[in-house]
Write a protein that binds this ligand. Sequence first.
Ligand code: FES
Length: 289
Amino acid sequence: MAVGLLQRLGFPTGQVAKIVDGHHPDQLHTGSATPKADMLPIDGEDGQGATCRRNVVVAVSGNELDTELVTLACNVAKQKKAAIYVVYGIEVPRKLAIDAEMPDETNAAGEAIERAAQVADQMHLRIVPEIVQSRHFGQSLVDETKAHECALLIVGLPYQSGLGGHFDLGETADYALKNANCRVWLVREDDASNEAPPRVTAFTATCPHLGCTIQLGSTGREFVCPCHRAAFALDGAPASDGEKGEKSHAPRGMDALECRVAQDAAGDWWVEVAYEKFEPGLTSKVRKA
Ligand code: FES
């Protein structure tokens, strides 16, 4: 099912915007010749044939990376005389109808497409804009590459950390990599967090109960003192032993130490800690004389 969206935004008729539920409508057409596989992203020599894939799809999302993506697409397309399809995806939550009006998202899409058109214009190229409203943008992107006989799909990735601090590829890029039958170029954003010092809290390992040495628990999710089983959360707050129902022996949380994060000329971070001792057995933190 496809419903015009660009017209809502005042784009000239004839340009494509659609709402897709399932596969691209063009994919329902049968009988076309199987495209030749390209060994290069776009085969300029054999690209004259009607069945050779030569076009470029670039996914935009409205962030700063779009300029880079569209510029990249234009550079490739210019050399190979390819068409550039700029696609903005609006994912519709299951609780809404697939063709539900989503004005904020649609306006954001219009702005992103407009900016993409301006970037292309500066390079004396025209784009084919598309706003696709669907349940799954990754699937829609893959369908677009097939429908427009594309040799190349360009997808941008904001830098994002998943659980455990590992880079999170995200659903759209992951789906495109697994399912697109053309080249996929991923352009990942810089890790902006590299420029900001990491936030660090340092605690003394001396137990505020009677002064034994606190250790990291076997689960890695708490600190424990082996002497009288005082437990502490990772933020140093005292935690009772819930399983055994015992009240914590710790009269206060772990004692935080003053610390500073510094960076050397090579860009490596380290932590400088001002070590101090505090009186055990008190409910408040009192520096030892
Ligand atoms: S010394 Fe740590 S719990 Fe008693």
